[in-house]
Design a protein around this ligand. Structure first.
Ligand SMILES: [Cu+2]
Length: 277
């Protein structure tokens, strides 16, 4: 039985990282179970007919023209199955698309000045989430975190390839591209979302336990596509706070160093010769 389940898991979506991915997985499994039952019934009927009515010497095939009961049966049967699948899908869709609230442990973090509002972005019922901006470019993912030093969003802490997130916190992603179309996909954290130049796409996830989740650009975007991997590292909220503060510190230190270097160059070459970096 355990073996059967692990074999089935190979064919079903990855899950376990975030509740939206879990809902996608269970919807897939419900559809798969119904499809398997139909498959077995159809194949059994076919085998039965093949063996029972196989040609014998001198046999004359029966000429059947219509069978109302059968035709009504499969029409109504198929309609009922389709309706059931549609109802289950729509019932689950909202829990896949709409973010849920952060846990109480993370509530402070999601509302601690880290709230970005947007009309297109779906927010959890309490309106609080932590937004990370995802930018795809040939051939690396870049992430911008809340906490920009300037009002226009400049000076935001950022990282490449590995995204660090707090657990128990609803993370909403604002996905964009700097060049061609890419596709953001970390299977255990939900569905695929395209990064299209000139557009913003939004999705969300919430990781309950610390862990590392792997993904990869899911749209052929050029020669380096295969190297365009993505990692999401979930750490406890307090640890995330520290990490973010450290990133900000590194950034301001680098800015200070650049300022000194610029002043030095200005002194050597004369003011006005060195432009902003
Ligand atoms: Cu790509």
């Amino acid at each position: 039985m355990g073996h059967l389940i692990s074999t089935l898991a190979f064919f079903t979506p990855q899950s376990g990282g975030s509740s939206n991915a879990n809902q996608i997985d269970s919807l897939f499994k419900i559809t798969l179970a119904i499809a398997l039952v139909i498959f077995v019934l159809v194949e059994a009927g076919l085998l039965y007919a093949l063996l029972k009515f196989r040609a014998r010497k001198g046999a004359v095939a029966a000429q059947i023209r219509g069978n109302n009961r059968l035709e009504w049966g499969w029409t109504v049967g198929a309609t009922v199955i389709l309706l059931a699948l549609a109802i289950v899908t729509f019932a689950k869709l909202s829990s896949i698309e709409n973010p849920s609230n952060s846990g109480p442990e993370a509530d402070k973090l999601a509302s601690n000045g880290l709230l970005y509002a947007s009309s297109e972005r779906k927010l959890p019922p309490d309106g609080k989430s932590l937004t990370i901006k995802v930018v795809g470019r040939q051939y690396i993912w870049q992430y911008f975190y809340p906490g920009a030093s300037e009002p226009d969003g400049l000076g935001a802490p950022y990282s490449y390839e590995e995204m660090v997130v707090p657990t128990k916190t609803t993370i909403t992603l604002d996905i964009a591209s700097a060049d061609v179309v890419h596709s953001w996909w970390v299977p255990q954290l939900g569905g695929k979302f395209q990064a299209v130049p000139g557009y913003h796409n939004y999705t969300w996830f919430k990781v309950e336990k610390p862990g590392v989740f792997r993904g990869q650009c899911a749209l052929l975007c050029g020669r380096g596509h295969a190297r365009m991997i993505a990692t999401v590292k979930a750490v406890p909220p307090a640890q995330f706070d520290q990490w973010l503060a450290y990133q900000k510190q590194l950034l301001s230190e680098a800015n200070e160093q650049a300022k000194v270097a610029r002043a030095k160059l200005n002194a050597q070459t004369g003011a006005g010769q060195v432009e902003n970096p």
